[in-house]
Ligand binder design. Structure first.
Ligand code: OSB
Ligand code: MG
Length: 368
């Protein structure tokens, strides 16, 4: 399968809600969409790196530079036997999994369309719909949080994840747990605590949370294992897991009882599958996280979440929660907390070029 052309379209999409986490506030996304062309077909992906390095280290400017000058020139005009061979061509460049994932994921889509297979089947998926919850940002106050939890439970979402940070944690979760004694609840700290906060985090044990997501530093493994010794609630790692190796090490030392897999954070579908397999070998569940994706990344994530180890509800909630208008033509809507896996070859969605041309702020084409 030869890649003859690559186009990056940078688009700006306003979010329908203000998304506040311990690391900042997001009101829009600036998204690099990648279109790989070959054999008369197109494959799509999106980049999840941000303008500023507040989640992991990667930035949009750095990714665009690497894609245009280094990564895409290496893969263009060449015949690739499979996605693994293509990924290997970029493996010599260190780090930058999100930038590499853009190419790997778009190629998986292109390749699956070439083989006329839905992506989930090529990845080894076992289900046609995936269970989903929602990730709710820090709200204005407790009352607003209770309202948001209630409305999303009423929509059928299968678990509610609440963002916490020091000082916005125990009292909040107590109030939510009292109001919703049966709800499946989790919290996500996005690296805002230290080991010195272990007792404060242990105070969350009484609220029957599925897990506490990424309490400590974004690239830490070992301190999470030390923290886990002081908590009954399982720790779920997000930011710290950037590869199957970090996943295996976290599982081995007891730093994670659960893993939030984000395909783009770990460098693409193959590495995400290896993270999933590592968790399986330790008998640990995984779930599919999100990065406020447009329909392109969301569709990829939904396909990847059909693997057997995704036994906990993920963050891939309905596209209409995020966007007034999405960059794809097909709806990606959950019903009763179940997101159907898109039909059709590849990721099963098509680009809304009319909208993309309206919100496009930059980009480039190579190989034409
Ligand atoms: O920590 O999981 C996270 C969004 C952006 C960056 C990091 C995170 C998130 C979310 C939202 O929690 C997940 C989603 O709705 O896509
Ligand atoms: Mg997280």
């Amino acid at each position: 399968m030869k890649i003859s052309e690559a186009e990056v379209a940078v688009v700006r999409l306003p979010l329908k809600f203000r998304f506040e986490t311990s690391f900042g506030v997001q009101t829009e996304r600036v998204v690099p969409l990648l279109i790989l062309r070959g054999e008369g077909l197109e494959g799509y992906s999106e980049g999840v790196m941000t303008n500023l390095p507040r989640y992991r280290e990667e930035t949009l400017a750095g990714a665009l530079y690497l894609l245009e000058r280094v990564f895409l020139p290496r893969v263009l005009g060449r015949d690739w036997e499979n996605p693994q061979q293509l990924a290997a061509a970029l493996a010599g460049y260190r780090g930058n999994p999100m930038a590499k994932a853009m190419i790997e994921m778009a190629f998986w889509d292109l390749w699956a369309r070439f083989l006329e297979q839905p992506l989930w089947r090529l990845l080894g998926g076992v289900r046609r719909e995936v269970a989903v919850g929602v990730s709710l940002g820090v709200q204005e106050n407790v009352a607003a949080t209770l309202k948001a939890v209630e409305s999303h439970l009423a929509e059928g979402y299968r678990r509610i994840k609440l963002k916490i940070k020091p000082g916005w944690d125990v009292d909040l979760i107590r109030a939510v747990r009292e109001a919703f004694p049966e709800a499946r609840l989790t919290v996500d700290a996005n690296s805002s605590y230290t080991l010195a906060d272990a007792r404060r985090l242990a105070a969350l044990d009484e609220f029957n949370l599925d897990y506490i997501e990424q309490p400590l530093v974004y690239d830490d493994i070992l301190d999470h294992a030390k923290l886990q010794e002081q908590l009954r609630t399982p720790i779920c790692l997000d930011e710290s897991i950037t590869s199957a190796r970090s996943a295996r090490q976290a599982l081995e030392v007891g730093a994670a009882g659960v893993i939030n897999v984000k395909v783009a954070r770990v460098g693409g579908h193959d590495e995400a599958r290896r993270v999933h397999d590592a968790a399986q070998s330790f008998g640990r569940p995984v779930w599919m996280g999100g990065m406020l994706e447009t329909g392109v990344g969301r569709a990829h994530n939904i396909h990847a979440a059909t693997l057997p180890g995704y036994t906990l509800p993920g963050d891939t909630s309905s596209g209409s929660r995020y966007w007034e208008r999405d960059v794809i033509n097909e709806p990606l809507e959950a019903e009763d907390g179940l997101m159907p896996v898109p039909e059709g070859p590849g990721i099963g969605v098509s680009l809304d070029w009319e909208y993309i041309s309206k919100i496009r702020s930059g980009g480039f084409t190579l190989g034409s």
